[in-house]
Structure formats: C-alpha cells, structure tokens
Design a protein around this ligand. Sequence first.
Ligand SMILES: Cc1cc2nc3c(=O)[nH]c(=O)nc-3n(C[C@H](O)[C@H](O)[C@H](O)COP(=O)(O)OP(=O)(O)OC[C@H]3O[C@@H](n4cnc5c(N)ncnc54)[C@H](O)[C@@H]3O)c2cc1C
Length: 433
Amino acid sequence: MAGYDAIVIGAGVIGAAVALGLARSGRRVISIDKLPAAGYGSTSGSCAIIRPFYSTVDGSALAYESHFYWRDWANFLGVEDERGLTRYVNCGSMVLKCRRNKYLEPVLRVMREIGCPFRELTPAEVRDRLPIAVTHSFDPPRRPDDPAFGEPNGEELPGAVLFTTSGYVADPQLAAHNLQVAAEASGATFRFNATVTEILRKDGRAAGVMLASGERIDAPVIVNVGGPHSYKLNALAGVVEGMSIKTRALRHEVAHVPSPPGFDYERDGIHFSDQDAAIYCRPEIGNHILVGSEDPECDERQWVDPDDFNREFSEQWRVQVMRLAQRFPDLPIPSRAKGIVELYDVSDDWIPIYDKSDLPGFYMAVGTSGNQFKNAPVVGEMMAELIEACENGRDHDADPVSFHLKHIDRTVSLGFYSRRRVPDARSSFSVLG
Ligand SMILES: Cc1cc2nc3c(=O)[nH]c(=O)nc-3n(C[C@H](O)[C@H](O)[C@H](O)COP(=O)(O)OP(=O)(O)OC[C@H]3O[C@@H](n4cnc5c(N)ncnc54)[C@H](O)[C@@H]3O)c2cc1C
C-alpha cells in the first residue's frame, strides 16, 4: 500500500502550489480533486491579475512578493511542462484616485512602507497612457436603470497611480498544471475524478479521507484547499465551530468585450482599477478586455451553493460592461454575452485563512475571496512551513509562525491569516482585499 504523509484536497492553483510546497519539504503528498484536471475549478475562471496593492501591509507585502515568483516562473518551477509554461504579462496597473479609495492615500502609505515602486499620474497623464479613457467622476456607482447612470457628477478625478510590478497571468489553468508538474517532479501524486466525502479521525487527530468510490486514503496531514467548497470540507472535518471567520461561495460574472475601435487593448492596455465606477479590467487575447466588478453596495451579492448555481450570464454582465463604457465611452457593447461565471470563496473579511484548525493535522488554505491567485506560489511555501512547525509541536495559535518573504526581504506573521481573528476592519470587504 502506498503511504502518504499528506493529503491535499483540491488541485486548483493554490492546492497545486500547496502540494508543491509540501513535496519540496520532503513529504509524500497526494493531491485529490473531483474534477478531471488541475485548475479546472474556480482557478479556470480567474482573471489572474497580479497587483501589489491591498488594504493592509501584510496583504500587500505578500502580493508584492508574488510578482517576483511569476516574473521568474521557469526558475521557480525548475521543470519543463509538455504543455508549456504560462506567460506572465507584466503590463502594469493603473488605479484611479477617487473619493471611494480616499484618493489612494492609505494605499500609498502601505506601498511606501513595503518599498513597492509606484508613480502618480495627473488626469492628463492618465488620458495620455489610456487615450480611450475619460477622467470624470461618476460616483456613486449605480445600476444602469438608475436615471443618473452615466451622468458625470461634475467632479474631475485627480489622477491615478501607476504600478509596474503587476500585470496578469495569461492562462490560469495552465499555471495550475505547471505547479502540478513541478510537484510531481518532487514526488507528489495527483488523483483526479475523485471526490472526498469523509474526513477520518484517529486518536483525536486527522487520519485520512474516504472517497466517493469507497476507497480510503490514510495520512496524518490533510489540507483543505477546496476553493468555493471549502466550507463543506471544513464541515466534514467538524472544524467550523473553532473558526471566528467563516467562508462561503459568491457568484461572480466576468465580461469579455472587444477593445474600443482604434485602440489595441491587448497590446497597449493595462490592468485598470476604477473604484469610482466600481469596475476593473485587463487586456485579454484577441484585442479584448476582461471586465470584473469591484462589488459596489448597489449590487446584490449572490451567495450560492457551489454544487447548484446558475452558470448562465444575467443582467449583471451588461451592468459591468455599461460601467466600463462610462470610463471608455467608445467601448462596443456586444449583444451576445461572452466571458465567465465563476465563484469566489469569500471569507467574512475578504482576507484568506491560511491556518491550522482545531483538529490536529487538519489545515486550510481557504477564503481566497477572489484575490489570491497571484499569491499561490508563495502560499504553497508558507503552508509547508506552517505545517512543518505545527507538526513539530508549535502552538501556532498562541505563538504564530512567521514567514520570510525573500524577494522583498520582509518577515510576516502568519497570525494575520488566522481562522480565529476578529474580522479585519482595515479590509475593503470587497475583491480588492
Ligand atoms: C471570476 C474570478 C476572478 C478572479 N480574479 C482574480 C485576479 O484577478 N487575481 C487574483 O489574484 N485572484 C483572482 N481570483 C481568485 C483566484 O482565482 C482564486 O483565489 C484561486 O484560483 C483559488 O484557487 P484554489 O486552488 O483555492 O481553488 P479552486 O481553483 O476552486 O480549486 C479548488 C478545487 O477543490 C476541488 N474540490 C472541492 N471539493 C472537493 C472534494 N470534496 N473532493 C475533491 N476535490 C474537491 C475542486 O474540484 C477544485 O478543483 C478570481 C477568482 C474568480 C472566480
């Protein structure tokens, strides 16, 4: 019988990175996913934007660090993948300054603290960099059936901030496959089309899993990386009560639209964050633009059962495209909706949980809240260190493990990601983290 030291449930981008981290730290790992391949869950619908700015110093430091992993992806993986390696398009980010983000003053304080480079742009420089954009304010964000929708409120936005350590990963599913191949090269096994239905316990700790097929797999360490299903796996393990932060699945739509005529957004575009109109976008192949929502209060949040939700586009698709058309007035609005409908695994404060649980041996990397794709390679290493420390007897709840971010030379306390934290009031409580 094959013996395993660790079972990773879920082979999305975070799960595959955790499998890699554990395999590299010398554990015999099996990664189990109910879908047919790595990254076929919510990872496949990710916009995969890499950006360093979050609401907190810890969140931003981790994200800034992640840029260096993607920039050096081939070296980080250290293996060839027969499907090729995903591309990191380091196109930069432009974030508009507006009332809703306090003209980015808090973010820039954080950027100065972590040493992340940025440049402030005047409205004229914004229009110069993105000639398709207008710089009027439309605040507050509205829905198109509001008579005031699309009407500038008379204010001019004071400019934007440009970040160079950012961009997007062209193929998020391939990124998960790359991580799988690297993990396999370090000895990990991947099992697909296999659903975990039970978490087994022995002598007061995690001992293995049962699969829907009736097969039992034993291991003393189990990691929940179930994405939008994370809360179901935590319930199976009986660890929900010990968490003050919970997770649940939120439905989201991403629109895929052509670039305005005369502008090649794929070549000359940028990741663009517009809290004034509550949308973000990034270049996409075929001279297209991906348009996501920044979760304004006027939009109803759709909490769903990840095993039973509507995968068809709704009115929300048009709402997001119309919002971007306020900012890019020549944006074509196609009559047929294209894009994706996917789920975020949202925590109560939109900050992930990277932690142990009250069941010894059962760990979780969950609550990624639509904003943790970028951090996957770092999280894999972080979880491996956390698990190593806890399995060696460290009481991580009382004495949190710290982790060194080697590229930006900064040490963070993993207590920041605790399942027992008080919801972090500094969070944006949105996909911005
Ligand atoms: C629309 C959208 C846009 C996003 N945009 C960005 C972005 O621009 N930048 C960014 O950083 N992040 C972004 N994110 C977030 C990012 O994509 C996620 O944080 C990340 O992909 C989560 O990876 P994961 O491995 O945790 O989860 P998933 O990819 O969902 O993987 C979980 C896996 O667990 C498996 N599983 C669940 N239950 C079981 C079970 N019982 N048995 C076996 N297998 C099971 C599932 O099949 C699935 O494959 C976005 C997410 C979405 C949905």
